[in-house]
Design a protein. Structure first.
Length: 569
């Protein structure tokens, strides 16, 4: 690899730059910290674009393929995202005490000494493909909607962090939160999160950094890192927007921000939590246009769709949806209620909180601080003559008991439970203290669900499955099955995935299952009986979706575990 002097000499010899032009550019780089390529263009010394690959051999540089490389997280963290994006370089590996950086611009060799000085590390540059640089920058650092470096510089000018918790300090904090650059940054973070389909924006003050992350398709992705000294102003800005108390930093707070983004109603649920290095803030993005999808978009295969439609048609009884937090239970229930929302039926919900307001449905939000609990609201609901009830979650015996007794008196009740699978819902209700006869007589059916990421339709690639994959998918000899894996492209932000879909297991109560519930049978017995009725397990549903080319083996295994043995009689 050539030194800066050798590279400058070579560029001079082939007539691209003179020695004085190189020195002038390097001096300006030391002052502005901008990329050498952009500086040469500004100075008018680079008229023909980038130096072509034909000159690489004269530099003694061999190209390197990076498309299949997975760079270790500690290597990625070795350079700031702002540096990587400004100079279009990507860290590839560490060799002893030397950091290997990939670049698609030979002129970066002129800045080698500058890189070493800025990063405080020994640096080696290698040439990689321009598309690989763009792909890696998106994959590991994310790409902002605009360059915020000038914005950060403006914020930094004359900014003094407020440290003391006094009334004057809070007034100063509010004043900082109303400054134009802070407002612009806060608005950009929200807009960028919506554009990238994030479900949550995490604003996290750490010991030495101020971290911003987006949860996209259930996975957190780090984005830009604003200066540490503006974290209080940014968090104060979001608290102001959510109408929270700026002076309260010792207790958690909840708030709400209502926005209209390009004609789309966006509701942000904001939560703060005191931490060691400042308040952590999370904004849940609720987009009504994406939340209220059609039943066909939830991911039901025909057999499960038929089972779920059967449960929706009952005039009484309780139907449960189970799964962990973030498994899509609320989306499924809202979508289902929307199909039942007709003028001849009265629908009522009690939730914590009300995530979406649906026209035609009476919705109530619980407030435990004033005694408005799930149980108390549910009692009042029964005097309102409803047809369909939604209880946001069954958490205790009182709520469960009232809900199941309401189901016995001619009301169709929907609710959720946190269990690992559908059959566990029966034993969970009994464990809460609900009489087994009440469970057996009022429960109509249970659905468990999880979410798996969908393969990006633009870049997914087919591959021949190995023996382990064939065994997991139960692929027989000679069977023609097309299996796909992730690749990465601009459409999916180089993650290989775009969107999520549900996998489900559903059983409808019959005489055998009611007998098992009545005698408080073990979950394993109930599971065997449910499978005999035709219940397809979560893993079986996921395997069908892998074979259809919708998702990957890794996704299904991550939510359902290893291969399970299912016996059907």
């Amino acid at each position: 690899m050539p030194t800066k002097k050798e590279a400058a000499t070579l560029l001079q010899n082939i007539g691209l730059l003179t020695g004085s032009q190189v020195e002038e550019a390097l001096e300006k780089q030391r002052q502005t910290k901008h990329s050498i390529k952009n500086i040469l263009k500004e100075l008018g010394y680079l008229h023909q674009g980038n130096i072509g690959s034909s000159l690489l051999s004269q530099f003694g540089i061999l190209p390197r393929e990076t498309s299949e490389e997975n760079v270790a997280p500690e290597v990625i963290k070795s350079i700031p995202s702002s540096f990587a994006k400004e100079h279009q370089v990507i860290p590839l590996e560490k060799k002893d005490d030397t950091l290997v950086l990939g670049t698609d611009e030979p002129l970066n060799f002129l800045a080698l000494d500058y890189f070493k000085e800025e990063l405080k590390k020994k640096v080696q540059l290698v040439m990689v493909n321009q598309n690989a640089i763009a792909s890696s920058l998106k994959k590991y650092y994310g790409i902002e909607t605009e360059d915020l470096s000038p914005l950060f510089e403006k914020i930094d000018q004359g900014y003094t962090p407020i440290l003391k918790e006094t009334e004057k300090a809070v007034e100063g904090e509010e004043e900082e939160a109303k400054r134009a650059p802070i407002i612009k940054l806060a608005n950009m973070l929200i807009a960028d999160g919506i554009k990238k389909r994030a479900s949550d924006i995490h604003v996290e003050p750490l010991e030495n950094t101020f971290r911003i992350r987006y949860r996209i398709d259930g996975v957190l992705h780090e984005t830009l890192s604003p200066p540490k000294n503006i974290q209080r102003a940014v968090i104060a800005r979001f608290k102001l927007m959510a109408q929270m108390n700026l002076a309260e930093k010792r207790l958690p707070q909840d708030g709400r921000i209502m926005l209209n983004v390009q004609g789309r109603p966006i509701d942000l649920r904001v939560s703060t939590l005191p931490g060691l290095y400042g308040e952590s803030l999370v904004m849940r993005i609720l987009d009504k246009t994406t939340m209220l999808v059609g039943m066909d978009q939830l991911g039901f295969l025909p057999e499960n769709r038929k089972r779920w439609d059967t449960l929706l048609k009952f005039s009484g009884g309780i139907v449960l949806v189970t799964g962990p937090t973030g498994s899509g239970k609320t989306t499924t229930l809202y979508t289902s209620l929307n199909t039942l929302n007709t003028t001849d039926k009265k629908l009522m919900t009690v939730e914590e909180p009300v995530e979406y307001q649906i026209s035609g449905i009476n919705q109530t939000q619980v407030r435990p601080d004033i005694g408005l609990t799930f149980a108390s609201v549910l009692r009042s609901f029964l005097r309102q003559s409803p047809d369909v009830l939604l209880v946001g979650e069954i958490r205790d015996l009182e709520t469960a008991d009232i809900g199941l007794r309401a189901a016995l008196t001619g009301h169709l009740v929907f609710s959720t439970l946190h269990t690992n699978d559908a059959p566990s819902a029966i034993t969970r209700l009994i464990d809460l203290g609900v009489p087994s006869f009440l469970v057996a007589s009022s429960l109509q059916g249970v659905m468990a669900q999880r979410l798996v990421r969908l393969l990006c339709p633009y870049c997914k690639e087919e591959y021949p499955p190995d023996e382990e994959t064939k065994n997991f998918l139960d692929i027989k000899a000679g069977e023609d099955v097309h299996i796909y894996r992730t690749n990465g492209c601009e459409a999916c932000d180089y993650t290989g995935y775009h969107g999520r879909i549900g996998i489900f297991e559903i059983f409808i109560m019959n005489n055998e299952l009611r007998e098992l519930a009545l005698k408080k049978a073990a979950t394993s017995e109930i599971r065997k009986a449910a499978i005999k009725t035709g219940m397809r397990t979560l893993q079986e549903d996921g395997i069908i979706k892998i074979r259809k080319g919708l998702t990957t083996v890794d996704e299904v295994v991550s939510v359902t575990g290893r291969k399970e043995n299912v016996t059907r009689n």
